[in-house]
Design a protein around this ligand. Sequence first.
Ligand SMILES: Cc1cc2nc3c(=O)[nH]c(=O)nc-3n(C[C@H](O)[C@H](O)[C@H](O)COP(=O)(O)OP(=O)(O)OC[C@H]3O[C@@H](n4cnc5c(N)ncnc54)[C@H](O)[C@@H]3O)c2cc1C
Ligand code: FES
Length: 267
Amino acid sequence: MEQVKSRITTTHAEGADCQVLILACPSIAAATQPGQFVHVRVSESADPLLRRPISVMLADRQAGHIRLLVRKVGRGTEALARLPAGATVDLLGPLGNGFPFPSAETSGDILLVAGGVGVAPLVFLADTLQTHRARFRVCGLLGGASDEHLPVWTELAGRCEEFHVSTEDGSAGEQGLVTELLGEHLAQDGTAVVYTCGPRPMMAAVAQMCAEARVPCWASLEQWMGCGVGACLGCVVPAAGGDDFLRVCKDGPVFAAEQLAWEALGQ
Ligand SMILES: Cc1cc2nc3c(=O)[nH]c(=O)nc-3n(C[C@H](O)[C@H](O)[C@H](O)COP(=O)(O)OP(=O)(O)OC[C@H]3O[C@@H](n4cnc5c(N)ncnc54)[C@H](O)[C@@H]3O)c2cc1C
Ligand code: FES
């Protein structure tokens, strides 16, 4: 993990409420694995004080760049999305554990199930899986409220052998929830493993469907964070089966679905 000052080389709006930023930070680009995140100080001033965690969507090791997808939901993400090219931000990273890779024996379909901005870490995973294609196929499933809420969908589609979209209003792809697409794939019986990132209710449903189908499932959680490095316990979530807690920043953000007490996680 490093703390670096990083220059924004490019920034552009994406869909209804997102921004894509490219940042120059060779050391973080070289070290980051899919599923890891950077903790971003969004302002030079003390307001907002806390850093904001953002997944690395892609790392270009040769160019020394990382790419972030930021959905504007509040003060921190609005401030980050407003920064112009040339501005400098303070980054801490890479943080978190990242997605475990499928073993060399894995055969069948690898499903990437994304909701909205949860697509970001799965783009990086799909990109990295492209170099390991011998035994499995990568299939991407992306859901959103409407066609305006499917950020960077081409980035995921272009890295998958099969790709499907669902929208709640039917403005793109199948009308309905992404979990309906998942149900169709699980019924075909060729799924080796599922990786998911998106809203918690979506991931809770994905986890349950995978448990019923006896398919391993890895979920990347979002949570409010303080330190981002495991020290403050500001990000804990309840573990399955008892009184234990897990730190999303250090033990995660990626968890095996059965590690978590989904019913106690809330929205
Ligand atoms: C490991 C990790 C990776 C993430 N990756 C991305 C990413 O790639 N792109 C992206 O846009 N966002 C990502 N997030 C979420 C992002 O960190 C939050 O949206 C951001 O911190 C909100 O800050 P804010 O100041 O804009 O909003 P605030 O003003 O703090 O909050 C605005 C609203 O969002 C809600 N909220 C804030 N933080 C969270 C949260 N963590 N979970 C659920 N609801 C929240 C608040 O309750 C409030 O309703 C990630 C979070 C984690 C933990
Ligand atoms: S944010 Fe401090 S322990 Fe996770």
